[in-house]
Design a protein around this ligand. Structure first.
Ligand code: ADP
Ligand code: ZN
Length: 721
């Protein structure tokens, strides 16, 4: 490639897209396209596929035809491109014939860089003739795996694309997908008749995603805890059943967290509305079954929680992959209960086809291994895609961050097995653990199991320890279950070896983490209050223009504004994701906010131009600056309203700060923050409604107290208990 071309590529990257470097493989693909080669790229979600065809579309004469499977997504894609100053349009069945004709005229006049189409359009004869007559730079096929019956999203309409090379003989065809298997990849290339394509297969590692697994023992509390470490940040909670989606949504709403459900039982209009509200940051959380998937282009999803075990690693990778597309840190938490495997396995057992059943079980076991083995989670995910993680410690999963401890647990294993043996191998894990713990449940008393010598021998450990131990024993083959919905535990010959002292048993466990450091990956940026102001501005502009907020600026761009504090167009241009078009459309609005904020905060140190930015990882602290600012005022005895008005923040934001402050064990004068009488009233109601939900408490007090006040009091009560 001649240098002049390279220079042009880089200046376009900077001026139009506002980025200074390419992500892995982008440059190579762009160069291949500029040389009119066919190309095929497998890149993970968030890998930056769109830039690979958008950038050459700007440099080549003629229009780039983009084939995209979802009509619902086209508008967002076009909005996104237009916000960058790219001449983009789509044609689909949602438009009137006049609108379609207008766009075709623009295409005829060579006035479009990108034209998005659904594949079925190619089967219309008059339309393909039109395409043949126009000037086409190249064709880019998005979600190319939809052409393969082996893929998970096969779409018969995509088969139309097989004729592209015949239809447009001199035009290069490029195909993009995030689907990883070799089989699908080969199938795509052959079905599209790609000619000697330039091929890349990017690493599937997503370094900005962190992975954790926690034993599920209280679904609601664990989901809430995780969401509370992501104040005001978007996230997805995946649940297996529609019923659980509804239940979890209601639970979150009851706790004052804005959330909406998404599952196949809702009608399509409702689904589209809920997805749109999430996309536009109008609700914080979407609770969904796996039906929620393709078509989520939202770049600022900061956390994904799986409250049930996914069916296989591929699905888990795809679903977690929806987090952190903007490259900023995001966290993926799996709440694991071994019982899920039995539940899912039960469905698999109903499959009539033996091979399907076996493959299903094999994949399910791999998924359970992911959760149970003390092996780096990232390593396990990547090895599923035949990729090796360089190095031993990924630095971004619970195993690597917390470490694994080995515990000589022969005696404890014997306790469990003795309880199983003495109760005739007729009970499940819950009951056996109850015996060892010395519980006095009705069921236990009814069977007289409180009289067993093993009753209460394991009081020295918590329930969660015993759960882990039983899981590990199952995994190691010391125990087995007989399947079914309520699986009964049995001893195996290997188990008997340990029971009778012929073998020892060592338990490997992820080391415990102090409760308040569970989410290290949350991007805690400098000047949270400024970030909130910028976000608000972004939301307002997005609403006015009827586009999703992240189309205006990504979270990453806003974070950088908070660090760089640019107050001139030149310095704003240095922010990642700010190019010429965005500077022109939005620059002033954001500069104004930053300038005003700096006036209010004269002591803030501004970075020297050109100094390296601290990454969000290195600026992490236990409590963000803004939380400390609110906390310090509360400590001094200001009320909630006073803090809010002084800091020009919403009371709800301050309330979240104070909850974090209290949770961290910091002092504050609660009698000043909330009027003592009110405090007592709320406290009383929490005693009555002991499940800790906010809604019943607020409603019982009939307009006298707000959710914010209730939230703070709850934090104080919990901190005392
Ligand atoms: P994909 O389609 O592969 O899932 P996208 O094309 O949606 O990914 O890109 C994901 C995000 O990464 C977008 O927010 C995009 O602006 C950003 N991005 C793409 N290329 C770069 C780059 N070279 N530098 C920084 N950010 C980038
Ligand atoms: Zn790891």
């Amino acid at each position: 490639m001649i240098n002049a071309d390279k220079e042009k590529i880089f200046s376009t990257l900077q001026e139009t897209f506002g980025f200074s470097t390419f992500r892995e493989n982008q440059l190579e693909i762009i160069q291949a396209i500029l040389q009119k080669n066919d190309a095929f790229a497998v890149m993970p979600t968030g890998g930056g596929k769109s830039l690979c065809y958008q950038l050459p579309a700007l440099l080549l004469d003629g229009t780039c035809i983009v084939i995209s499977p979802l009509i619902s997504l086209m508008k967002d894609q076009v909005d996104n491109a237009q916000a960058l100053g790219i001449r983009a349009a789509f044609i689909n069945s949602s438009q009137t014939p006049e609108q379609q004709a207008g766009i075709l005229t623009a295409f005829d006049e060579n006035a479009l860089d990108l034209l998005y189409l659904a594949p079925e359009r190619l089967s219309l004869n008059h339309f393909s003739r039109k395409l043949q007559q126009g000037k086409i730079a190249f064709v880019a096929i998005d979600e190319a795996h939809c052409i393969s019956e082996w893929g998970h999203d096969f779409r018969p309409d995509y088969l139309e694309l097989a004729q592209l090379h015949t239809l447009l003989p001199d035009v290069a065809i490029t195909a993009f997908t995030a689907t990883a298997t070799e089989q699908v990849a080969t199938d795509i290339v052959s079905r599209l008749h790609l000619y000697n394509p330039f091929t890349v297969r990017a690493s599937f590692n997503r370094p900005n995603l962190s992975y954790r697994v926690a034993l599920r023992n209280n679904t609601s509390r664990q989901i809430l805890q995780e969401i509370n470490t992501h104040t005001n940040q978007s996230g997805i909670v995946y649940r297996l059943s529609r019923k659980d989606v509804e239940k979890t949504t209601a639970m979150l709403v009851n706790n004052g967290i804005s959330s909406l459900p998404y599952h196949a039982g809702l009608d399509s209009i409702q689904r589209a509305e809920n997805q749109e509200a999430f996309n536009r940051d109008e609700v914080q959380v979407i609770v969904a079954t796996v039906a929620f998937g393709m078509g989520i282009d939202k770049s600022n999803v900061r956390f994904v929680i799986h409250a049930d075990l996914p069916k296989n690693i591929e699905g888990y990778y795809q679903e977690t992959g929806r987090a952190g597309r903007d490259g900023e840190p995001a966290s993926c938490l799996l709440l694991y209960n071994r019982g899920d495997m039995m539940r899912l396995g039960h469905f698999l057992d109903q499959l009539p086809d033996t091979t399907e059943r076996e493959i299903g079980w094999q994949k399910l076991k791999q998924m359970a291994d992911y959760a149970e083995l003390p092996v780096c989670r990232r390593k396990q995910l990547l090895s599923y895609f035949d990729e090796q993680l360089p190095g031993e410690n990924c630095g971004g999963c619970d195993i690597c961050l917390q470490g694994v401890e080995e515990l000589e647990a022969t005696t404890q294993a014997q306790m469990i097995m003795s309880a199983i043996h003495r109760t005739g191998q007729r009970f499940g894990a819950g009951h056996i653990i109850d015996i060892v713990l010395g519980a006095k449940t009705q069921r236990l008393l009814r069977f007289g199991h409180d009289k067993l010598p093993t009753h209460g021998v394991g009081k020295g450990h918590k329930k969660i320890f015993w759960r882990r131990l039983v899981d590990a024993m199952l995994h190691k083959g010391l125990l087995t279950t007989d399947g079914g919905k309520f699986p009964v535990l049995h001893l195996t010959p290997d188990g008997e070896d340990v029971l009778f002292g012929r073998q020892t048993f060592t338990l490997q466990m992820v080391k415990e983490l102090a409760a308040d450091t569970s989410s290290k990956d949350t991007p805690i940026h400098l000047h949270n209050d400024l970030f909130e102001l910028l976000r608000e501005q972004r939301r307002t502009l997005a609403k006015q223009q009827n586009i999703p907020p992240y189309v205006i600026f990504s979270d990453k761009s806003l974070h950088e504004m908070c660090r760089l504090l640019p107050t001139t167009p030149e310095t704003l241009l240095a922010v990642n994701g700010v190019g010429k078009a965005k500077l022109e459309s939005y620059g002033n609005d954001f500069i104004k906010i930053i300038t005003a904020w700096l006036n209010d905060n004269p002591d803030v140190e501004r970075p020297e131009p050109g100094t390296a930015l601290p990454s969000s990882r290195t600026t992490e602290k236990m409590l963000s600056e803004t939380v400390c600012n609110s906390g310090a005022l509360a400590e001094k005895g200001f009320s909630l309203e006073q803090i809010a008005s002084q800091r020009k923040l919403k009371p709800s934001t301050v309330a979240t700060h104070l909850v974090e402050w209290i949770d961290a064990g910091k002092p504050l004068d609660i009698g000043k923050v909330i009027h003592p009488e009110k405090y007592e009233l709320i406290k009383e109601q929490f005693a009555i409604h002991s499940n800790g939900f906010l809604k019943p408490v607020v409603e019982a007090l009939d307009g006298q107290v707000s959710y914010d006040e209730a939230k703070i009091v709850r934090a104080v009560i919990q901190s005392c208990s």
